[in-house]
Design a protein around this ligand. Structure first.
Ligand SMILES: O=C(O)CCC(=O)C(=O)O
Length: 284
């Protein structure tokens, strides 16, 4: 975990540049087991490239990744990445999507975009999403390292989709993770090598926002019951600020057979009123 001072440094970089790279964060044995799980997932699902220019005609993207292998469960829970994402978004953040980004040889550069572009909200805006891209191969300019526009999350507009601007390649060794603001202008690079560029995108969003993947419906409940509690919460079995996401005033975690972890804001308000009243009586 980061110390308070280290966390502050990372937060300042994130705020200014719109991204931070945590070099060599992931041990090689975890990188290897994720690569093995990704290849097994490709085999299980039937190897196929994506069908749009955004997703990449020579890219394998596997969504709903938590359903494929327990090795993926640890990704959204990685301590430093989660600590930093919580510090940016708040502790009630959600996992928005978890998918592989495996760029095959010959994959062309992805169109320039940002991840908030569909939401027609004023810019600049507070950070609403954090994309943690896990490099499971060395990310090089030649194999398609993500290209970013430093500071662009602070601009008053989204990029023109697919436009041409000056970018910087986020090169990093395998086992590194780059976290970037959902509003940062970026695109996947072109893979001009004979090797695949392996990566996972672990995309978190604010707890009040709709998740990109519908993880409550997409993950069978029998499987979600086996997740660690924190992963269940990240998938949406939680309530934001005691108000958003409840089921008939109950914490949705009870659907997975657990005790409620949170009460609603209305119950909390009543408790506060009761405490206030009893303090007043004591002092009367
Ligand atoms: O593959 C990459 O490096 C980035 C992919 C990306 O930006 C996206 O799919 O939104």
């Amino acid at each position: 975990m980061f110390t308070a001072e280290q966390l502050q440094t990372q937060l300042e970089t994130f705020k200014t540049q719109g991204f931070v790279v945590l070099e060599r964060l992931i041990a090689d044995d975890q990188v290897q087991s994720l690569l093995a799980a990704m290849r097994a997932a490709e085999a299980a699902r039937g190897y196929s490239y994506a069908k749009t220019s955004f997703e990449g005609y020579k890219t394998v993207r596997i969504n709903n990744l938590l359903t494929y292998d327990e090795a993926f469960w640890q990704v959204p829970l990685q301590p430093e990445v989660l600590q930093l994402s919580e510090a940016i978004l708040d502790k009630e953040l959600l996992l928005s999507s978890l998918c592989t980004l495996t760029l095959g040889p010959g994959q062309e550069a992805q169109p320039l975009h940002d991840d908030m572009q569909q939401l027609k909200l004023p810019r600049p805006q507070p950070t609403m999403a954090v994309n943690a891209v896990w490099a499971l191969s060395d990310f090089t300019t030649a194999n398609g390292a993500t290209q970013v526009v430093p500071g662009s999350h602070r601009l008053d507009r989204s990029p023109s989709y697919g436009g041409q601007v000056q970018t910087v390649a986020a090169t990093m060794p395998a086992g590194s993770v780059m976290l970037f603001d959902g509003a940062l202008w970026h695109h996947g690079g072109a893979n001009q090598t004979d090797e695949r560029r392996y990566a996972i995108s672990c995309y978190y969003c604010a707890g009040w926002m709709r998740q990109q993947e519908n993880l409550q419906l997409g993950i069978p409940q029998d499987l979600a019951r086996r997740f660690p509690l924190r992963l269940q919460e990240l998938c949406g079995y939680s309530i934001y600020k005691g108000q958003y996401g409840h089921i008939d005033n109950q914490d949705p975690i009870t659907q997975l057979g657990r005790e409620p972890q949170r009460t609603t804001v209305w119950e909390a308000t009543d408790r506060a009123l009761a405490t206030h009243a009893s303090t007043k009586e004591t002092h009367a």
